[in-house]
Design a protein around this ligand. Sequence first.
Ligand SMILES: NC(=O)c1ccc[n+]([C@@H]2O[C@H](COP(=O)([O-])OP(=O)(O)OC[C@H]3O[C@@H](n4cnc5c(N)ncnc54)[C@H](OP(=O)(O)O)[C@@H]3O)[C@@H](O)[C@H]2O)c1
Length: 328
Amino acid sequence: MKAIVVRQYGGPEVLRYEEVPDPEPKPGEVLLKVRVAGFNYADVMMRMGFYKGGPRPPYIPGFEVCGTVIRLCHGVTGVQEGARVLAFPDPSATVGGYAQLVAISAQRLFPAPASLSDQEAGAFPIVFLTAYMALRMAGRAAPGKSVLIHSAGGGVGTAAVQIAKQLGLRIFATASSDEKLERVKTLGADATINYQRDDFVEEVRRQTSGRGIDVILEMVGGEVFDKSLQCLAPLGRLVAVGIASARVPKADVAQLLYGNLSVVGIHLGKLFNRPDLIGEALEHLNRWIAEKKIKPVVGPAFPLREAAAAHALVSDRKNYGKVILLPE
Ligand SMILES: NC(=O)c1ccc[n+]([C@@H]2O[C@H](COP(=O)([O-])OP(=O)(O)OC[C@H]3O[C@@H](n4cnc5c(N)ncnc54)[C@H](OP(=O)(O)O)[C@@H]3O)[C@@H](O)[C@H]2O)c1
């Protein structure tokens, strides 16, 4: 089969399209034909060698696919050949989803929502589950509260804006361009801030009459984390979702204590051993999808062989929505 192989950490150019042996499913596993491989920002961090617990080269990246079951191995029950499924290869493993075929434990499969196209289904699970868990579980967001969503035009961001709308939150959204923010408004954002042009701390203070924000989804780290803490309202919660800048922030406990502020982290991968939480989230998300209240925003779709171009696009902050890869 064809797959993207990383033989050394580095820039997008280390993502090489190669012929590799087909994977052989073991007992308890299925073989999937990959229809869509989801790009995730963590793929960039892993490729650069910055991701805690990420794979060592050589490895095939990708931990999210939508695919068709083409073979069942001994011991697999509850899934049929031909089924269209969502699957989550182990992010620390050396064989992932940037490939034409994936062998994977049947326990890491979920049905793909029937009303979504292949591309929408491939753009759905990780960003929506992350956004849902960040808002509901970590952020304890409740109707009438305010939320600040950073990187609102990205994969997690566009999912978070739509979920926040369903939860009845007042949504503040930041992004690097007016073009992205115009599109984020159509998803339900109430107020938008172009952080390249305006200081988002000042804007939040101005637009909330100095009160601040109840819940913040913070994806960048470094200075954005520090400045976000200055935007929290008393009893507010900052949810650390990502560290796209690769600058790991440190919270000042005195600042938290005197402000009655909370900082809480969320890592979706580590929640897959809690099927109760994932199941509850999927139940809500699938219902909203069936009711056409939320919909994956499919960003640029690249042929699998052009994975390097997909990574370069996101690193240049040019993507809107969830980037996906399509094996030929
Ligand atoms: N905790 C979890 O379980 C979990 C799960 C999924 C994703 N994440 C995290 O959530 C964040 C978003 O992930 P995603 O996959 O949906 O990616 P994405 O948002 O589609 O793409 C990244 C976006 O981040 C913004 N950005 C800010 N600083 C950046 C920088 N230094 N370099 C590049 N981009 C930067 C850019 O938007 P602007 O142009 O608007 O700045 C860019 O478009 C990432 O930090 C990721 O690691 C966490």
